[in-house]
Design a binder for this molecule. Structure first.
Ligand SMILES: NC(=O)c1ccc[n+]([C@@H]2O[C@H](COP(=O)([O-])OP(=O)(O)OC[C@H]3O[C@@H](n4cnc5c(N)ncnc54)[C@H](O)[C@@H]3O)[C@@H](O)[C@H]2O)c1
Length: 346
């Protein structure tokens, strides 16, 4: 499915639940494609701010009333992560299609239940792994799949900022879903073993900083460094291939995606760096969230499986759970095959 160029027929049958920091962006993009019917937020102050911007859209404080409205086909859930499981479940049981922000839920078992329920009810379930819709990363994935970088040996992703500190989930569950989803997508598979370490400095038992290591079956490795206690914003992904290297710097103003024809060559048993100039790649500058919203609307219309469907969300949860188990054991490597066995019972 081409979610970049194809025009979509729009129909105003989507409700956004939660119009806080991120939900506002979903509202703006869904309004832009004429798909927005309703904004629901439990906080009337948040709603009032939206009323002036979207005078023709219904405003609602009760989630249940949105679910009871037969004209609403899909709900986009942008409430705090701790509410995702209950709200997604309620929405699916009410016969709605759902786009839920990341993470799908805060427990793997709950995520699995939601995926099963969506399948049983014939509902579309999409998870907001926005980077998979980012034109730069779609281009990078294409370049990798055509072999330009050679076999991928190492990747790392830094997602750092000061703020957006959560009280329910830790930094791993808040920031790392993006990195996990994109790294697994670029590698084309899930890690075999995961380990993680971190530190909590602001609230007891909620880590603010984590480094997660992923080991893939073919010898490729990755690490993900996330923090909300960092002096400046950085969102950078580095890919080391056998032939070339790539850097995606989402906070750079220009030249966000670069390919480096660099590597190490062995000459007479001596490792010699090969240095050539980097190439900046240009890509469609459409806002990734707009592409993601269009994709959801298109999936509703065509009854197609979203690129980042519930299964995709569940794969990310499995890696998060493995990392969480490791974190709680002081960094012990956790084989992915054992994640379900080691889960605590909630
Ligand atoms: N894709 C991304 O890049 C990205 C970025 C930031 C946040 N997010 C995700 O978006 C979601 C929301 O995060 P946020 O930072 O916007 O949080 P937020 O706290 O700023 O906003 C949440 C909103 O939900 C509302 N709300 C709470 N309970 C409600 C209920 N029962 N019914 C209706 N509204 C309710 C709150 O009043 C608030 O306005 C989280 O899942 C987060 O992980 C995604």
């Amino acid at each position: 499915m081409n979610y970049f160029q194809d025009p979509i027929e729009t129909c105003q049958n989507i409700a956004v639940i939660g119009s806080g920091y991120w939900g506002k962006n979903l509202v703006r993009n869904l309004a832009q494609i004429d798909a927005l019917a309703c904004i629901c937020d439990a906080n009337p102050v948040a709603l009032k701010k939206q009323a002036a911007l979207y005078p023709n859209v219904c405003l609602e404080t009760e989630f249940e009333r949105v679910l009871a409205d037969p004209t609403i086909r899909g709900v986009v859930i942008a409430t705090p992560a701790a509410m995702h499981y209950a709200q997604v479940k309620q929405a699916i049981l009410s016969g709605k299609d759902v786009f839920v922000e990341k993470p799908l839920s805060l427990h793997l078992s709950e995520g699995a239940e939601l995926v099963e329920l969506a399948s049983a009810m014939g509902s579309i379930l999409m998870v907001g792994h926005i980077l998979e819709y980012h034109p730069a990363l779609v281009l990078l994935k294409d370049i990798i799949s055509h072999g330009e970088l050679g076999r991928i040996r190492y990747l790392y992703s830094n997602r750092l900022n000061l703020g957006q500190v959560r009280k329910e989930e830790n930094i791993l569950w808040s920031f790392a879903p993006h990195d996990i989803s994109v790294i697994c997508s670029l590698i084309g598979g899930d890690p075999a073993v995961v380990s993680a370490m971190g530190g909590s400095y602001l609230q007891p038992d909620i880590v603010d900083v984590t480094v997660t290591n992923l080991a893939f079956g073919d010898g490729a490795r990755a690490h993900i460094f996330v923090s909300w206690l960092h002096p400046y914003k950085e969102q950078k992904l580095v890919v080391i291939g056998e032939n070339k290297m790539a850097v995606f710097d989402d906070t750079a103003r220009d030249g966000k995606l670069k390919i480096y024809d660099k590597g190490i060559e062995w000459r007479g048993g001596v490792p010699v760096p090969r240095q050539t100039a980097e190439t900046t790649l240009f890509f469609d500058d459409t806002e990734p969230l707009l592409l993601e919203c269009r994709h959801f609307v298109e999936c509703l219309q065509t009854r197609s499986r979203p690129l980042t469907d519930g299964e995709n969300g569940l794969r990310v949860l499995r890696v998060l759970e493995a990392a969480q188990i490791s974190l709680e054991s002081g960094g012990m490597p956790v084989p992915m095959a054992e994640v379900e066995l080691r889960l605590p019972t909630y």
